[in-house]
Design a protein around this ligand. Structure first.
Ligand SMILES: C[S@@+](CC[C@H](N)C(=O)[O-])C[C@H]1O[C@@H](n2cnc3c(N)ncnc32)[C@H](O)[C@@H]1O
Length: 261
């Protein structure tokens, strides 16, 4: 009797708590989006399932914009690895809280999927051509979200061809990076991206590595290896540890050692 009473009392104290918990469990069980108002409907899978206390991708991107705003930073959003526009749409949604019209989105992808994998990048999950979304399909998905084409620039092609020193210089003459989201899975692609972005870095650029813990978290593979090699070649650049997100990602803040003031 006592337990029935306390059960009823707790129901009264927390209206709909049981229903909420049940729906949360259902959502997690079937990988539906978390029942939080800020998770967009296209978030699915691990972005919906992530245990509380751990940032998911959308939350990581939102934190990056909060970091920029809190430090009065200006700069654009750069994304390497765009696939079906999931992270780009999240970024677009979250930037508006602080940056409205004055942030541009620079998107880099082959739109052919992953390139041929070298021996170091061989992975049971990935093969050449995976994550292929055609440019037309990408534009269609993005326009459905209501993002106007003036707000973003797509640089289409394999990084080995598109990420040239001349392009990096040209970008650096126009802007700096506020947030860089690197989601191209492979060591080789990440290594190319890291060399490319040097001229657009600023103090505090938020670098998000989506695949930091892929390859079983091995420091001698994937993004971790690319970061280690990059930092060895660039003693003037330091990555300050920032936040983990999902089971897979980690972010850093850029410190440019030779830039004072
Ligand atoms: C996992 S998907 C990106 C997912 C995306 N951020 C999202 O959330 O929708 C990886 C992407 O990296 C791109 N990619 C990987 N290596 C590349 C390279 N060397 N050149 C161009 N694109 C590359 C692939 O085309 C693919 O679209």
């Amino acid at each position: 009797m006592y337990s029935l009473k306390s059960f009823l009392a707790s129901l009264l104290r927390q209206p709909f708590a049981l229903e909420q918990a049940f729906l949360q469990r259902l959502a997690a069980r079937y990988s539906m989006r978390r029942l939080y108002p800020d998770v967009p409907p296209y978030a699915a899978g691990e972005d919906a399932r992530m245990p509380s206390g751990r940032l998911n991708r959308g939350e990581m991107i939102r934190l990056a914009f909060e970091f920029m705003a809190g430090n009065l930073m200006a700069g654009d959003y750069f994304e390497f690895g765009c696939w079906g526009g999931r992270t780009f749409r999240m970024a677009f949604e979250h930037h508006a809280i602080h940056f409205k019209e004055n942030m541009h989105f620079w998107l880099f992808d082959s739109f052919q999927g992953l390139p041929a994998l070298n021996s170091l990048d061989r992975h049971p999950k990935w093969k050449e051509g995976d994550y292929r979304t055609s440019r037309a399909e990408f534009d269609r998905i993005v326009s459905q979200t209501g993002i106007s084409p003036e707000r973003y620039t797509i640089i289409e092609g394999y990084y080995q061809e598109t990420l040239t020193a001349a392009r990096a210089r040209d970008l650096a003459a126009r802007t700096r990076a506020g947030v860089i989201y690197i989601d191209c899975d492979l060591y080789e692609s990440t290594r190319t991206v890291l060399e490319f972005i040097v001229p657009i870095l600023q103090q505090g650029t938020v670098l998000c590595f989506d695949d930091y813990y892929c390859f079983n978290g091995r420091p001698d593979r994937g993004e971790q290896l690319a970061i280690k090699e990059f930092l060895n070649c660039h003693p003037d650049v330091e990555f300050v540890e920032y936040a983990h997100f999902g089971w897979h990602g980690k972010s850093f803040l850029v410190h440019l050692r030779n830039e004072h003031g």
